[in-house]
Design a protein around this ligand. Sequence first.
Ligand code: NOJ
Length: 560
Amino acid sequence: MQEKAWWKESVVYQVYPRSFCDSNGDGIGDLNGITSKLDYLKELGVDVVWLSPVYQSPNDDNGYDISDYQAIMEDFGTMEDFDRMLEEMHKRGIRLVMDLVVNHTSDEHPWFVESRKGKDNPYRDYYIWKDPVDGHAPNNWGSCFSGPAWQWDEETGQYYLHLFSVKQPDLNWENEKVRDEVFSMMNWWLDKGVDGFRMDVISLISKDPSYADGEAGLNGYSSFNVCANGPRVHEYLQEMRRRVLDGRDTITVGECSGVTLQEALKYASLDGKELNMVFQFEHTNLDADGDNKWTDKKCRLTELKEVLSNWQNGLDGKAWNSLFWCNHDQPRIVSRLGNDSPEYRERSAKMLAVCLHMMQGTPYVYQGEELGMTNVPFPGVEDFRDLDSINAYHELTEKGIFTEEEMLRFMRYKSRDNARTPMQWDDSANAGFTTGTPWIMTNPNYKQINAAEQVGRPDSVFRFYQKLIALRKEKEIIVYGGYKLLEPDSESVYVYERTLGKEHLLTACNFTDREQEVRLPEEAAGREASLLIGNCEGAEWGDMLRLQPYEAVVWNWKED
Ligand code: NOJ
């Protein structure tokens, strides 16, 4: 068995602070709101909280555009509120992971304010400035949020690079002073007592010095592909390990857009030279049209199984997986891969949870996922807040690529705002999130779907997540066992086996609204088995497992 580590045995809960809990009635979630809900997280049983950015920011991209890395955003509270929140987390045995957004800063960060003042400014080289080529931008890279990735600066006669919004200029990691600043800021937070970092688009920090054209995508995603896993990224992360993380007991996860399995083996190698684990996005990109996410295409189960199994087997014993369906950039999983109708919402949400949580890796639960929160019926474009969605709506409808109706349909299915509406705490006004007017609409289904109702009901999605999380603490095989996919060609069921020594877990999930049958693998047939967890009454062990619509079962058996 591989070496044990607490971060392999943990379950992480992601808090998107703007939408979690508002303590002062201004319609925006805040740190005191989070502190007030720590007992809820403790009850759920999570070990770690990953907090999306809470730093000073003009909020062009909801905090992913930072203007001061060592100050708290006023909307969210004060540094004293932060310290108290951290202390209260630690009292409950919950660790805190901060979001490290250092591929770019806000254009209002003092470094950039200086940088744009002139070519001789000492901060000029903190960012990526280039001369025009033949009177236009240095290459054809597109911003991930529509439009070109280069912004012309009239005053100094150069372009600066922004892979994201025009207000998110990319830092120049080639400049050793930039690395010094980032590493000392990280040390400052760790000295304060935080327990690790989730590193925003960390796979993009090293740009290929050729700055060659990329393949033009419908929506400007070409820059992702050309910038991912650049020539010096591993060198930078190893430097970070030496200068910041070595000798500290942390958890680190890199958001690695465009990462391949081969690259992940370097980023997240168990030799501990870089990160503990990465987020890869192959499985969440399966329902995109190439680089274009704006479609309502569904992903094929066979492809999903192939991708996830590839990661399970490819990293086993060499590197570590993170397991996720949801985050603040993804639509709600029950609406995406499950069935959000009243009949099957809870059952399919539990099935998806089983499917993910029984794999090898560290599971991430995104706020509201543990309630089976769904996508949102946004009435019109004016109800969206996310700049990615709004920019894409305008760009793609103006270019005539999609009609307004099509774009709205795609946005209701895929927009990041589906994950960003207020956390549904109870059935009072605004789902108990705020006493004021929320910054984004509340999902109208909060009267049926909310934490207060679920915490009190033994067969709720919340209680089911709680059980899954507890099982991970009880059974080593869930954390450390090997993985084997069964029934790879089925478009209906996801079946896999975990093995540790002589112990086996057989997980079978029905992804359809029809009954399905699964033949037991030969080595399991005729054995005695016990049901570890399931989401339907009456599950029976036998050579043929019969699964009800969206049923999930985990059977535990041992070799003699
Ligand atoms: C990835 C983050 O998860 C996303 O929310 C953000 O917009 C971009 N990186 C830019 O920071």
